[in-house]
Design a protein around this ligand. Structure first.
Ligand code: COA
Length: 330
């Protein structure tokens, strides 16, 4: 007996109004618009005002999602929130969002996995639907990267921004929905992209603060190479798993970290860029937010039955690809 598939039945998003443009960054660090656009593809990012936190973006996106899908918040069973920048180290931001939107019958939890967070959370959420124990699961991906970026480090601060998206998962009435995924992790990647201080290994103290080791450190070159390799190989694996070729696929939705990573992955797969979702120029890398923000921007072009592959790579290292058929015409 085949399990009932989980289908994405709607998307809600939130990005802050405040923009941080390349011209703004030119005044902050030794950089320029030409370098940023040619090396990353990014023109601007959004920045959430201090004091609001991830749950503020989550509340707005989930309220929009509930309205778009005509869903009563009391019918939500579970909220999974992929993020590395929750409101607090504890308690959990998923439950803060549940409270703010009136999802009083839901429980929730946060999920790490950095830039692969939404993909991991989507795969996790789909299992709760497939098992038949949960009927309405909200999967959120988003980050307030401005809260952990060192705005004196030009190689890192130009890349990241703030933003969040949420999708509703429900049992599919037919065969469209999430089919399967291939998820990977390699903990030996930790030193290439991480925050040294602030966890239980290196609690923040004055020395670590002065050294700015409570902020993101990235060694971009190796991350770039591993991202290209990880995303392209798992897309190929997920195609093979489902007996598909690239010509069968309507859309690839890649994590938006660097336009050159996206273009290299597309070229390694011999996949035309016209069928690759790209919106990095507007938001930069919002970490767990990039995939739902890209889906939202392309929602009007998606048709029921479209074959879609989502792929991501992030700190950890974590990576993977997920295959779904789109469940609705917008
Ligand atoms: N403006 C101008 N020059 C910059 C700069 C900036 N913002 N950032 C770095 N540079 C300089 C470097 O100092 C270096 O100068 P040098 O040759 O005099 O030493 C030069 O540009 C090239 O640096 P390099 O680090 O080799 O650039 P790059 O082409 O690898 O681009 C990243 C840097 C970070 C954009 C790129 O490595 C990247 O995108 N990596 C992956 C990031 C990623 O995906 N992160 C998220 C994972 S999910």
């Amino acid at each position: 007996m085949s399990l009932q598939k989980a289908a994405i039945t709607g998307i809600g998003t939130y990005v802050p109004d405040d923009k941080l443009t390349n011209a703004d960054l030119e005044k902050m660090v030794d950089t320029n618009d030409e370098w940023i656009v040619s090396r990353t593809g990014i023109k601007e990012r959004r920045i959430l005002p201090k004091g609001l936190g991830l749950s503020y973006m989550g509340e707005h996106a989930v309220k929009q999602l509930l309205e778009k899908t005509n869903t009563d918040p009391l019918d939500i069973d579970l909220i999974i929130c992929a993020t590395i920048t929750g409101d607090y180290r504890f308690p959990d931001t998923a439950n803060q969002i549940a409270m703010k939107v009136g999802a009083n019958n839901a429980y929730g939890f946060e999920l790490g996995a950095a830039c692969s967070g939404f993909l991991y959370a989507l795969q996790t959420g789909s299992k709760f639907i497939e098992s038949g124990t949960h009927k309405k699961v909200i999967v959120i991906g988003g980050d307030v990267m401005s809260s952990i970026i060192n705005y004196e480090d030009r190689s890192t601060c130009v890349i990241f921004g703030d933003g969040l998206g949420a999708v509703l998962l429900e049992p599919s009435p037919d065969e469209d929905g999430i089919h399967n995924a291939i998820m990977k992790a390699d903990g030996s990647g930790v030193d290439f992209l991480f925050m040294k201080a602030g966890g239980s290994k290196n609690p923040i103290d004055a020395e670590l603060l002065v050294a700015k080791e409570h902020l993101v450190f990235q060694n971009g070159g190796p991350v770039f190479k591993r991202a290209v390799q990880g995303m392209s190989s798992t897309v190929k694996d997920v195609l093979a798993l489902n007996g598909l070729t690239r010509d069968d696929i309507n859309w690839v939705v890649p994590h938006q970290a660097n336009i050159r990573i996206i273009q290299t992955v597309a070229s390694m797969l011999d996949f035309p860029m016209e069928r690759v979702m790209v919106n990095i120029e507007k938001f930069g890398n919002t970490t767990a937010g990039t995939l739902p923000l890209a889906l939202n921007d392309y929602e009007s072009k998606l048709k029921k039955g479209d074959k879609v592959i989502l792929t991501a790579f992030g700190g950890g290292f974590t990576w993977g690809s997920l295959y779904l058929t789109w469940a609705y015409d917008s």
